[in-house]
Design a protein around this ligand. Structure first.
Ligand code: NCD
Ligand code: ZN
Length: 345
C-alpha cells in the first residue's frame, strides 16, 4: 500500500485571495502548499488595469509569511472599457498571465463584467495575437435560464462563438461543473483547457439542499447532479492534460455566508491537497494526482513545472481547523463530509 506520495509542488490555477485583513488571513494557507496561483481580480473595485495589478501583487507579496516561497500570477478583469494596449503591455512586462472574463452579474463582484461580448472583441483579438490566455467564468446570467443550466447554455451561446471567431485564442473554462463542459473540453484542440475545483469533485447539489440548506456548500457555478460530479471526477483523474486544478478557494466570513442572501464561495485552501489525495485514492488514480495538481496547468500556461516537491503521507485522520480566524471574522473551511487521511508533511 502506498503511504507516501511525493509530487512536484502544486500550483492553484484559480484562487481568490481578497485584500486587506482577509488576504492576510488566507494567504498563508495557500502559500504553505502551492508554489504559484492565478489570482482572481474580482476585488471591489476590480483589478482592471496593469497599474492596479502591480499594486495588488505588491500587497500580496507584502502579506506573505517571511519563509514562504510563493509567486502570485496576476490577472486583469476584462471590462467593456478594457484597453487592449494596456493588456498587451501588462503581458509583455511579465506582470499578467491571463485575463478573466466574468459575464456581468454572474458571481461575486462581477458587476463590472461583460454584457456585450462584441465590445471586448478588440481585446480578445489582441490576446490571441500575443498568446495571452482568457480565463472564462462560463455561465449565462439570463433570468429565464435555470441556474443549473447556465453553464451548458453559456457553452453554446457564448463560448463556442468566441472560440470560432478567435480560434487562436487560448481559453480556460474555469471551474467546470457539468458533463456538458467535460464533453465540450474533450472535443476541442489544445488551445482549450479546463480547471476543476476541489469541492466540485466532492459535492453534488444534494449536499447543498437535502436535509436542510448548507450555505457553506453554496458556490458558483453551483454544484450540479451526481452524474455531473462523476464526470468531473473522471476528467480530473483521467490524466488528460487539458484538465487541471483551480481550487476556486473563495473565502467569505461566516457572517456573510449565513445571511438570508448569502455569498457564494467555498474556502478550500487549507485542506485541498488532503481532499484531492483522498479523492484520487478513492478512484484508484493516485498516480494521476501529480498531473492534475502540478504538471498540466504549467504546461497549458507555457510555464515550467515547479522543481521543488510536496510530500503527503497517509495515516490517522487528518485534523484541520473547522474555521480560520480573520480580523473580519471567522471563515469556515470546506468540510468534505468524510475523514481525510493524507497530510502534507
Ligand atoms: C467566487 C468569489 O467569491 O469570489 N465565488 C464562488 O462561488 N466561486 C467567484 C467565482 O469564482 O465565481
Ligand atoms: Zn472563482
Amino acid at each position: 500500500m502506498t503511504d507516501t506520495l511525493t509530487l512536484r509542488r502544486p500550483d492553484d490555477w484559480h484562487l481568490h485571495l481578497r485584500d486587506g485583513a482577509m488576504l492576510q488571513a488566507v494567504l498563508p494557507y495557500t502559500a504553505a502548499h502551492f508554489a504559484r496561483a492565478i489570482i482572481m481580480p474580482n476585488l471591489v473595485p476590480p483589478v482592471v488595469t496593469g497599474a492596479q495589478a502591480v499594486a495588488y501583487r505588491d500587497r500580496i507579496l507584502a502579506a506573505l509569511p517571511q519563509e514562504a516561497q510563493f509567486e502570485p500570477l496576476m490577472t486583469l478583469y476584462l471590462t467593456e472599457e478594457t484597453d487592449p494596449d494596456d493588456v498587451a503591455q501588462a503581458h509583455a512586462s511579465g506582470l499578467i498571465k491571463a485575463v478573466k472574463l466574468y459575464p456581468a452579474g454572474a458571481t461575486t463582484n462581477s458587476a463590472s463584467g461583460v454584457s456585450h461580448f462584441d465590445k471586448v472583441r478588440p481585446t480578445l483579438e489582441k490576446m490571441a495575437e500575443i498568446g495571452l490566455p482568457l480565463c472564462v467564468h462560463g455561465e449565462v446570467t439570463d433570468h429565464d435560464i435555470d441556474i443549473f443550466d447556465r453553464e451548458a447554455v453559456f457553452i453554446d451561446r457564448v463560448l463556442d462563438p468566441i472560440r470560432k471567431a478567435t480560434p487562436e485564442l487560448r481559453v480556460i473554462m474555469e471551474h467546470i461543473t457539468t458533463k456538458d463542459a467535460v464533453d465540450y473540453a474533450r472535443a476541442q484542440n489544445d488551445r482549450l483547457g479546463a480547471t476543476i475545483t476541489t469541492h466540485h469533485l466532492v459535492i453534488n447539489r444534494n449536499h447543498i439542499l437535502a436535509g436542510g440548506i448548507k450555505p457553506h456548500y453554496y458556490c458558483l457555478p453551483v454544484a450540479k447532479r451526481e452524474e455531473h460530479r462523476l464526470a468531473l471526477r473522471d476528467a480530473a483523474t483521467s490524466g488528460e492534460t487539458r484538465f487541471f486544478l483551480g481550487t476556486d478557494s473563495a473565502p467569505h466570513t461566516d457572517a456573510n455566508k449565513l445571511l438570508p442572501c448569502g455569498c457564494a464561495g467555498c474556502f478550500t485552501a487549507p485542506n485541498t491537497m488532503s481532499i484531492l489525495a483522498e479523492v484520487f485514492e478513492q478512484d484508484g488514480k493516485l498516480n494521476a494526482l501529480e498531473g492534475f495538481t502540478s504538471l498540466n496547468g504549467p504546461a497549458f500556461y507555457g510555464l515550467d513545472a515547479n522543481s521543488d516537491t510536496l510530500t503527503l503521507t497517509k495515516g490517522d485522520a487528518v485534523r484541520y481547523p473547522g474555521h480560520i480566524d480573520s480580523a473580519e471574522g471567522p471563515v469556515t473551511v470546506f468540510d468534505p463530509g468524510y475523514d481525510l487521511h493524507w497530510r502534507v508533511t
